[in-house]
Design a protein around this ligand. Structure first.
Ligand code: SAH
Length: 362
């Protein structure tokens, strides 16, 4: 396509590399797990999904325990988080019986894995293609490492303007970044952009914003809450966060299109603004570390390790450190929640509503 029509914006490149039905990353590669390219929190420990299950059940109670509601997950990967969530949710009477599970997944290969992981719940599960296909019923939606893979646009400071980064072909036939003709209007840039040096990068993800905006509108109309966990920053800023992961290491995102996972950091300040526009309650994002500890990670770890061998207990301790250690996932990952205002009123004892910091998490 680049040969035929010239350089392509980064967002299009990302979309095609990840989702091409034949050669795209999610349809052709074993992405997640120790034998794949990256390991996610639900794959590190069952405690992650269990605590999210307890969070969902608390939200359901705050909503007045409706007899029927939609329990959705976006980008469920191998289905591990949902399996752990549903198992833990059984401790709250009525919660699972009221849940209609809807999984939002683009990759047929992933859907097959999810079907296998969740076979014991098959009567209450269905797959849908996006937010627009959610029925008009109260919603609890969770997503881990989903927003980071939605297409990203980058703009590069070039003299007085910011020009869109595109992917073109270099002299030896390989892929390289070039500056496209599209420039970003200055009102879309954060303060201080005039002082950035030539070559500075500004990122925007209209696809991510649109997705969260549709979700927020749905929650405003149908009622409910969402929990979105991802790596990212809580203040607007400049810098290149586009990355490729392959075999648990950073890779060149242009070397072998479709063979590496492509992501970027989530700008949570944009999401907070989107939630406010839709008239939802959205506490400032908290670190994953704070969220999991306040949800009872240490207590759950103690319970899980009770009566186990010293080796098994040591394993659980390492899992806690990976999930919640400030230098590990705990500090980099942020937890963003939004809820309709009535539901939020009932969540004053539930993190992060109970603990929202008055300053951003990083
Ligand atoms: N949440 C999982 C998987 C994260 S990987 C975990 O924590 O392990 C990202 C997931 O999102 C994959 O399942 C991928 O196929 C899916 N995905 C990526 N882009 C998508 C899109 N636009 N629509 C639906 N699913 C998408």
């Amino acid at each position: 396509m680049i040969r035929a029509s010239g350089p392509m914006p980064l967002a299009d490149y990302m979309q095609i590399c990840l989702h091409d039905q034949a050669q795209g990353y999610y349809s052709s590669r074993k992405a997640i797990g120790s034998r794949g390219d990256f390991v996610t929190a639900p794959e590190i420990s069952q405690m992650f999904g269990e605590l999210i299950g307890i969070w969902c059940a608390s939200v359901w109670q705050a909503m007045g325990a409706p007899a029927s509601f939609i329990l959705a997950e976006a980008g469920p990967g191998k289905g591990t988080l949902m399996a752990d969530l549903l198992r833990a949710g059984q401790s709250v009477p009525g919660f699972i019986d009221a849940a209609k599970v809807r999984l939002i997944e683009a990759s047929p290969r992933m859907i097959e894995q999810q079907r296998q992981a969740l076979v014991s719940y098959k009567d209450r599960i269905d797959w849908i293609t996006g937010i627009d296909a959610l029925p008009n019923e109260p919603l609890i939606l969770v997503a881990n490492e989903f927003l980071d893979c939605l297409p990203l646009r980058q703009f590069v400071k070039s003299g007085p303007v910011w020009r869109e980064r595109c992917i073109g072909i270099n002299e030896s036939g390989g892929l390289t970044t070039v500056l496209g003709a599209t420039t970003l209007p200055t009102e879309s840039l954060p303060p201080g952009h005039q002082n950035e040096p030539d070559g500075a990068v500004f990122e925007a993800s209209p696809a991510r914003e649109a997705w969260v905006s549709r979700l927020a509108q749905h929650i405003e109309e149908a009622g409910g809450a969402a929990l979105l966990i991802d790596y990212g920053h809580t203040e607007p800023g400049f810098g290149d966060t586009f990355q490729a992961m392959r075999g648990h290491a950073h890779a060149d995102p242009f070397a072998e299109p479709g063979r590496a996972d492509l992501t970027s950091h989530v700008n949570f300040s944009v999401l907070s603004a989107v939630a406010e526009t839709a008239n939802l309650a959205a506490p400032l994002p908290v670190t994953q570390s704070r969220f999991l500890l306040e949800m009872g990670l240490l207590e759950r770890a103690g319970q899980l390790g009770h009566g186990m061998t010293a080796d098994a207990q040591e394993k659980i301790k390492l899992q806690v450190e990976r999930l919640a250690g400030p230098e590990a996932m705990g500090g980099l990952f942020k937890v963003f929640t939004m809820a309709d205002k009535r539901t939020a009123d009932g969540l004053s004892n539930v993190p992060p509503f109970s603990s929202a910091p008055s300053t951003p998490a990083d």
